[in-house]
Design a protein around this ligand. Structure first.
Ligand code: MIC
Ligand code: SF4
Length: 641
């Protein structure tokens, strides 16, 4: 049978289950990655599994998110991460070495392999032809322990590229075009596999920009074939031996084919406050801008920054605007330092930061109040920048550079040609900031600071309970809404009691206190609840606050898995019931355990009324056991006992 590339990689890694869209399968994971904001929790969980050494081909721990270090917390976490990596056989990419996805692409990704990362943009490595998937930290901890990763077999969508990008159109605009067509929930349950003659015209970093932002479609993953261009990239990284050809069979069938003529793509912009609010650049011309940020795991490759430097060369950033640049990796940064592009950026007035996530996750560089910020990042959710009332626009580095010079959106095609930068023949290779684990780690002392608090656990699922709807929220609620990041919350990622005070704080500052008073509680959501980041803190902290179930019209994949992992029931509700239920309603649940065990609907009654609500929970057999046990750690321990 002819297979898509996704199906080929899945079948080579299938541990159990059948590859039927929607059915649960278990996949063997070859590589894992973690970053520091999700990694501390992932390694604390890994430690509870009492396994001496990771059982993957390769596991890497990156430090890239919490590098602001306004107090001791982040530095303590870094020290913990470095020591726990050495103890258990994990490579450690030190702070300053770059953003996990960029460094993994450069130094570790292998075509045809599986990668599981505790970060939603893990599919960046799909630019190399890997099947790379984002997950919660606990799932990544389990994969490091040699457990398979469970997911519902995705539908494979073919995106056929023809033609070639022209003018100021870039890879960024290809994915913005898909977001415009499909929206932030258009990719749920799907893998986007790129094919067709246009593929060969895109370099690996361009492909990685597209697969990175596939996360914003809600997709399980996105990937390109591994071809001669992939070989050229890996050779330039002096990793030719990692290459293999990875392509779909010619007559493979896709659930759907989306056609994109690269020649017709034009520069685009995602408007506030969602990455799918995409319009052509021409619709925002003349809009004044206060800040431009270039960087993030989507668009901070060597070619990106060289192009920006070429646009800015011998000019000065507009006097009313601040330009901030964060390179994707130390490799990128060193190379632009040596070839002069960094000097051009500095001379133009750019404020250059260390290679890390930085402003993308609200770690500094918040825009002015009511300000407009243009960013080459992947998310423009309200408040994520650190300024609640700022308007964030997402666009390519090329367009962002022209905005930086003019202080407003302009159409550069009327002024100059886009400077084309050639991909380098060789990258500068220096893995000095990646610490390899010692051959035996049993003597390594794991260092913990006072901010690292024990993991809270939950009791088994009760059979009957009464719970209050503590908050009603609309469609497309993000995990940034549930568990805000930024400079205040991020240092507390290894301290669940402290971080729990921030749950839903951007929507309702009283939420945390109310939840503690009225436990157990419920949250009522619309469609695509929990989209965005993989942070399991968006389940773990609500669990700590006593949330027993989330009632929503539909869920985003990673967040739904995180809810199950921490023993919170993800229950689907009809849109009619969503409309009629309100914050403050008290719901009575009975016979819940039996309903979960048998897969039957749960009928909840609304106190003081005759009304009953039907709730469904498409849980697999494995997920039912986990929820009944009160979470995945309890479940693993029960199985071990
Ligand atoms: C993000 O872009 O939101 C993050 C920060 O990288 C998250 C992970 C986290 O919350 O630590 C993600 O995308 O998964
Ligand atoms: Fe870091 Fe931003 Fe990428 Fe998340 S999206 S990994 S915060 S650069």
């Amino acid at each position: 049978m002819a297979l898509t590339l996704t199906e080929k990689i899945i079948s080579e890694h299938l541990v159990s289950g059948e590859m039927k869209p929607g059915d649960e399968i278990a996949l063997r994971i070859d590589q894992t990655l973690t970053q520091d904001a999700t990694g501390t929790m992932a390694y604390l969980q890994f430690e509870t599994l009492e396994i001496d050494r990771v059982r993957t081909e390769l596991s890497v721990s990156y430090v890239d998110h919490n590098t602001l270090q306004t107090g001791f917390e982040n530095a303590d976490d870094h020290r913990y991460l470095q020591s726990v990596a050495a103890r258990h056989g994990v490579y450690f990419s030190r702070p300053g070495n770059g953003i996990c996805h960029q460094v993994h692409l450069e130094r570790f990704g292998v075509p045809g392999r599986t990668l599981l990362g505790s970060d939603s943009h893990t599919p960046t490595a799909g630019g190399l032809g890997m099947l790379a998937i984002g997950a919660g930290g606990l799932d990544v901890a389990a994969a490091m322990a040699g457990e398979p990763f469970y997911l519902n077999t995705p539908q494979v969508i073919g995106v056929r590229l023809s033609g070639e990008l022209t003018g100021w159109a870039t890879a960024r605009d290809v994915i913005l075009e898909l977001l415009r067509r499909l929206t932030v929930k258009g990719g749920v349950g799907k893998v986007f596999e790129y094919l067709g003659p246009g593929v060969a015209t895109l370099t690996v970093p361009e492909r990685a920009t597209i697969t990175n932002m596939g996360a914003e479609l809600g997709a399980t993953s996105s990937l390109f074939p591994s071809d001669q261009e992939t070989l050229r990239f890996l050779r330039a990284q002096q990793r030719e031996e990692a290459w293999s050809e990875q392509v779909a069979d010619d007559d493979a069938t896709y659930a759907e084919i989306i056609e994109i003529d690269l020649g017709e793509i034009e520069p685009m912009v995602a408007q506030p406050h969602m990455p799918d609010q995409v319009v052509p650049l021409t619709e925002v011309l003349g809009l004044g801008v206060d800040q431009v940020c270039i960087g993030s795991c989507t668009n901070s490759s060597l070619e990106d920054l060289m192009t920006v430097a070429a646009v800015l060369k011998n000019q000065t950033v507009h006097e009313n605007l601040s330009l901030v640049i964060s390179p994707g990796s130390r490799q990128v940064e060193t190379m632009i330092a040596r070839n002069g592009a960094l000097a051009d950026l500095l001379a133009a007035g750019a404020r250059v930061l260390e290679p890390a996530c930085g402003p993308c996750i609200g770690m500094g560089q918040a825009p002015p109040s009511g300000g407009v910020s243009v960013r080459t990042f992947n998310r423009n959710f309200r408040g994520r920048s650190g300024t609640e009332d700022a308007d964030i626009y997402l666009t390519s580095p090329e367009i962002a550079a022209t905005v930086a010079l003019h202080g407003e959106f302009i159409d550069p095609s009327k002024l100059i040609e886009l400077p084309r930068v050639d991909a380098p023949e060789v990258f500068e290779i220096d893995d000095g900031m990646i610490v390899a684990p010692p051959e035996h780690g049993s003597d390594v002392e794991v260092l913990r600071g006072p901010n690292i608090k024990p993991l809270p656990v939950r009791d088994e699922l009760p059979d009957s309970f009464e719970a209050t709807i503590l908050l009603k929220v609309p469609d497309n609620i993000t995990t940034d809404d549930i568990m805000p990041a930024g400079a205040r919350g991020l240092p507390l990622r290894s301290n669940i009691p402290a971080i729990s005070e921030f749950v839903f704080s951007g929507i309702d500052p009283e939420f945390s206190a109310r939840a503690q008073q009225h436990s157990p509680g419920l949250v009522l959501g619309g469609e695509n609840y929990g989209q965005g980041s993989s942070r399991e803190h968006a389940a773990l902290a609500p669990m700590y606050l006593g949330i027993q179930a989330v009632l929503a019209e539909s869920f985003a994949r990673i967040h739904r898995a995180n809810l199950v992992n921490f023993g919170i029931l993800p229950l689907e509700i009809s849109s009619e019931d969503y409309e009629t239920l309100e914050q403050g309603d008290l719901l009575r649940f009975e016979g819940v355990r039996e309903a979960v065990e048998t897969g039957a609907s749960i009928i909840a009654t609304v106190a003081d009324t005759e009304r009953s609500i039907r709730l469904t929970s498409e849980l697999s057999t494995r997920e039912r056991e986990i929820v009944l046990a009160g979470g995945r750690l309890n479940h693993i321990r029960q199985r071990q006992a």
